[in-house]
Design a binder for this molecule. Structure first.
Ligand code: CMC
Length: 392
């Protein structure tokens, strides 16, 4: 027990065995439960992928109908949660609101705190969380506008209901736009899981102490917030805006990213595991072109993004370090086109990642993994005598 292997940042340390997501970073392959991300993004719905990740198999039609029905039954959120939500200042960051609200769901669902929940009881909490997350995310969006929240309509499928609660102003004038539903499905699917990344490892480690599902997911949301992780989608758009306002000189910004004395990094570039094109970025780039064309939007920052990518992919600095665009590089441009404010982007990432976090939490429980507890190598001072405050 005196021997400790040191691997700061877990660059080369496996923390678990998992049957959920396969990732080959050298080849740029990503699969959920054996299905390629390309096939899923092209053909599946987000709720179908959620089922796949959580239960291991693609649902039959009857299973999917039942799952969708069970989830939609729980989309209402306790009215007292609204009082808590109302207390956030209108300009408070959506990710701060989200992690607090999801953590608060544990307090509103005391039955989830019981130890030794049965499979049915765990499933019920999973449905509740999937359902209430979409409602809470729409609340946060509405608050950013100062608008009243819109109550769910359970006749809609998961993604349509989310878009309805988010974009409807009045029930009678809401028109479901298939183009928007399809692109949202695709984006959520692409974000749904990514094996042992920072937020997912957080969910597993918090859950390993037997903390409840909501607390574990709330911790994952906090981990996702950081700009080196999910927060990169917000940071990318802010960077592109800055470059645009600075005259659009991409070469200058590429030079800054390469300069080791300059803290600036090309946001949306590079990945701990992918040393090749991020397969999600490829799909998103194409979806981005499609949706902007379909919605008739001409976004100058897309041109800047493409130019940055083109220059970076040829530049020896990026080539040698195998730095490619990641999932966050183009996603924000789509979210913008759909009408989401920049500060909401990471919240949308969280909505997509939720089934993956749940699946990983559930797997960790089912595998009866021990509490996560890394070791350290102590580098501090040893053996000092306490000195009275007046002698220091
Ligand atoms: N711009 C400029 N240089 C970079 C970048 C970048 N975006 N990313 C990595 N590098 C350099 C880095 O300076 C280092 O150079 P050197 O070897 O000369 O010291 C080398 O490439 C290796 O980078 P690292 O920081 O040691 O790699 P890491 O695996 O610890 O970090 C990363 C991975 C994603 C945190 C990093 O690439 C990064 O900060 N990227 C920008 C933020 C970003 O887009 N994050 C989203 C990640 S994908 C989705 C998600 O997780 O949400």
């Amino acid at each position: 027990s005196g021997y400790v292997t040191l691997d700061i940042g877990y660059k080369n340390t496996g923390a678990t065995k998992s049957a959920i997501t396969f990732l080959d970073g050298e080849k740029g392959i990503l699969k959920y439960r054996g299905y390629s991300i390309e096939q899923l993004a092209e053909n599946a719905s987000f709720i179908e992928v959620a089922y796949l990740l959580i239960y291991g198999e693609l649902p039959t039609e009857a299973q999917l109908t039942d799952f969708q029905y069970q989830v939609s039954r729980h989309t209402l959120v306790h009215e007292d949660m609204k009082k808590f939500f109302d207390g956030f200042p209108s300009k408070s960051h959506p990710m701060g609101q989200l992690s607090s609200l999801i953590g608060a769901l544990a307090a509103f669902n005391p039955e989830s705190l019981k130890q030794g929940l049965s499979t049915e009881e765990v499933n019920l909490e999973i449905m509740k969380l999937l359902a209430k997350m979409s409602t809470v995310v729409s609340w946060i969006y509405k608050k950013s506008l100062g608008h009243p929240v819109v109550y769910p309509q359970n006749k809609y499928d998961y993604v349509t209901n989310f878009l309805y609660m988010t974009f409807a102003e009045r029930t009678e004038d809401y028109k479901v736009d298939r183009v928007v539903v399809d692109v949202m499905n695709k984006l959520l699917i692409l974000h749904a899981d990514h094996e042992q990344n920072c937020s997912t490892s957080t969910v597993r480690i918090v859950g390993s102490s037997d903390a409840n599902l909501y607390a574990s997911i709330s911790a994952g949301i906090s981990a996702l917030w950081g700009p080196l992780h999910g927060g990169a989608n917000q940071a990318v758009i802010e960077m592109l805006e800055k470059i645009k306002n600075d005259g659009g000189d991409t070469d200058k910004w590429i030079a800054k990213a390469k300069d080791k004395n300059d803290p600036f990094r090309l946001m949306g570039f590079g990945h701990r595991v992918y040393k090749n094109f991020d397969p999600r970025a490829k799909i998103i780039k194409k979806a981005c072109d499609d949706i902007l064309e379909k919605l008739g939007i001409n976004d100058e920052v897309l041109e800047i993004a493409k130019k940055l990518e083109e220059v970076a992919l040829k530049d020896p600095y990026f080539v040698e370090r195998k730095l490619y665009p990641n999932v966050d590089f183009y996603s924000g441009i789509i979210y913008r086109a759909l009408g989401f404010p920049t500060e909401m982007f990471t919240v949308l990432f969280a909505l997509g990642r939720l089934p993956g976090w749940i699946a990983q939490w559930k797997e960790m429980k089912e595998n009866k993994e021990p509490i996560g507890r890394p070791r350290q190598i102590y580098t501090g001072t040893t053996d000092r005598e306490y000195r009275d405050i007046k002698d220091r």
